[in-house]
Design a protein around this ligand. Structure first.
Ligand code: FAD
Length: 467
């Protein structure tokens, strides 16, 4: 069969991994085709993930700041929420970068083909679109088909009141009572949004702490804040059943801290994401896929088929946009003949909750499991004039150092803007910084970033009198 389109490089999926790879490949001179099933480029992150969620979290943060100031003599009154306008703000925030991507693709002469792609041979992809089926023949390919929300079985998914994260971001209404199933990053971010907008939120989480990947102490200030505000935060609890009734969704629970059965107006299921590896005809290309749907790759992002690469959520955890973009660059550069590898020592994780929780490198739990002798430098934000000045002194900055070398091996920050503060520590770990390097670096005063230098000084013993 004759191919409809021929190209040197095919990229399947236009998320942060895919568009980065396609643009880099084009910049390196490869004739590139980018296949995307949706009309808007940018994947989960730009359309229904990182970007819209942060737009709504911004609205939530403004509401909470205004509310917090009431106790200090500046009162704004209760917020009036115009849901249609808020939705339009979020949509406009999404439209800007996604529209920008289309222009950037054009500029680079990356041909964008809209439709759902599936491999039919090691060098061919069939794309089914609205305007029919096209066969693309390629020399090399990068698979960047991402992941999608796990739909727990047993939930009445045909009822629109049962939502995944995409539905929750659509902001159809502000439910009076919202049940969030899953106390991970995505569930808690959406919980913060709906709480600020006025919902009574209940969270259930199977593990014994929220955000099970982070150290327990790091999550505590967030858990304490949520515990005070929410209808309930139930750990070691699972949802046993959800029944759609006219008056609401009736949920029953199991576990040590299970609350009694109760009705909610909406239920958000945020229990993780599943890679799309089994949905792209990988077999026909000879590309190996694990049972869970991940595509194994080497450090150069190559699959078992040497001319086919894979990047982003589809190759494994952590499922984060910044991992996908860095992998995308590596794959494109290797495909173009450059000597590259993905050798990041660390990939930071951030929950943009209120307060934010961010960590990078080893957690204390991981350091203990690896048998590493480590020391901790911890700086409580109650000792930070800036944190006190913005009435958010509940946070802290914690650095982990290898006792043998005094090199920083991990860090955790909880507090407002923790996500922005953690980057310094990603750089410090990548560069092998020692406690003295961080402690002797002059940080501007009064900033929250000072807490990073102070935590290193606490470890060094050059600050002792914390109040
Ligand atoms: P994706 O973004 O999943 O893109 C894959 C693309 O491939 C999609 O556009 C899809 O339509 C397309 N595709 C799939 N199969 C086919 C096919 N057969 N044919 C054609 N096209 C196909 N990460 C962060 O780092 N920070 C955050 O703050 C953050 N917030 C998030 C909030 C939410 C609510 C969610 C759901 C996720 C969030 N993430 C965040 C995760 C982040 O979105 C992902 O890690 C990132 O999008 C992965 O990029 P990717 O390129 O691997 O794939």
């Amino acid at each position: 069969r004759q191919a409809d389109i021929e190209c040197r490089m095919l990229v399947l999926g236009s998320g942060p991994g895919g568009y980065t790879a396609a643009f880099r490949a084009a910049d390196l001179g490869l004739d590139t085709v980018l296949v995307e099933r949706y009309p808007s480029l940018g994947g989960v992150c730009l359309n229904v993930g990182c970007i819209p969620s942060k737009a709504l979290l911004h609205a939530a943060a403004v509401i909470e700041e205004a509310r917090g100031m009431a106790a200090h003599g500046v009162e704004f009154g209760a917020p009036k929420i115009d849901l249609a306008k808020l939705r339009a703000f979020k949509d406009a925030v999404v439209a800007k970068p996604t529209g920008g991507l289309a222009a950037m693709a054009k500029q680079r002469k990356v041909r964008v083909v809209q439709g759902t792609g599936a491999f039919v041979s090691p060098h061919e992809l069939e794309v089914r679109g609205e305007d029919g089926t096209r066969l693309i023949r390629f020399e090399q390919a990068i698979i960047a088909a991402g992941s999608q929300a796990l739909k727990l079985p047993g939930f009445p998914w045909d009822d629109p009141r049962v939502m995944d994260s995409t539905d929750a971001l659509a902001l159809a209404e502000i439910p009076k009572r919202l049940l969030v199933v899953g106390g991970g990053i995505i569930g808690l971010e959406m919980a913060c949004v709906y709480d600020a907008l006025g919902s009574e939120v209940t969270v259930v989480e199977m593990a014994d702490q929220l955000m099970p990947g982070a150290d327990a102490d790091l999550v505590r200030p967030l858990a304490q804040r949520l515990g005070k505000r929410y209808g309930g935060v139930h750990l070691k609890t699972r949802v046993a059943s959800v029944e759609a009734e006219k008056q609401g969704l009736k949920a029953t629970f199991e576990g040590e801290n299970a609350p009694p059965p109760q009705r909610f107006d909406r239920v958000l299921v945020a229990v993780g994401r599943a890679p799309n590896g089994r949905k792209i005809g990988a077999d026909a290309a000879g590309v190996a896929v694990t049972e869970r749907g991940f595509i194994p790759v080497d450090a150069q992002m190559r699959t078992n088929v040497p001319h086919i690469f894979a990047i982003g959520d589809i190759v494994g955890n952590p499922m984060l946009a910044h991992k996908a973009t860095h992998e995308g660059k590596v794959a494109a550069e290797v495909a173009a003949g450059l000597k590259r590898e993905f050798v990041a020592r660390v990939i930071p994780s951030v929950a943009y909750t209120d307060p934010e929780v961010a960590w990078v490198g080893l957690t204390e739990r991981e350091a203990r499991e690896k048998g590493i002798a480590y020391g901790v430098g911890k700086f409580p934000w109650s000792a930070s004039g800036r944190a006190v000045g913005i009435d958010r002194a509940e946070g802290f900055t914690k650095l982990l150092f290898d006792e043998a070398t005094h090199r920083v091996i991990g860090a955790g920050i909880v507090g407002v803007h923790a996500g922005d503060l953690i980057s310094e520590l990603a750089l410090a770990i990548e560069m092998g910084a020692e406690a003295a390097d961080i402690g002797l670096t002059v940080h501007p005063h009064p900033t929250l970033s000072e807490s990073v230098g102070m935590a290193a000084e606490v470890y060094e013993g050059t600050i002792t009198d914390l109040y």
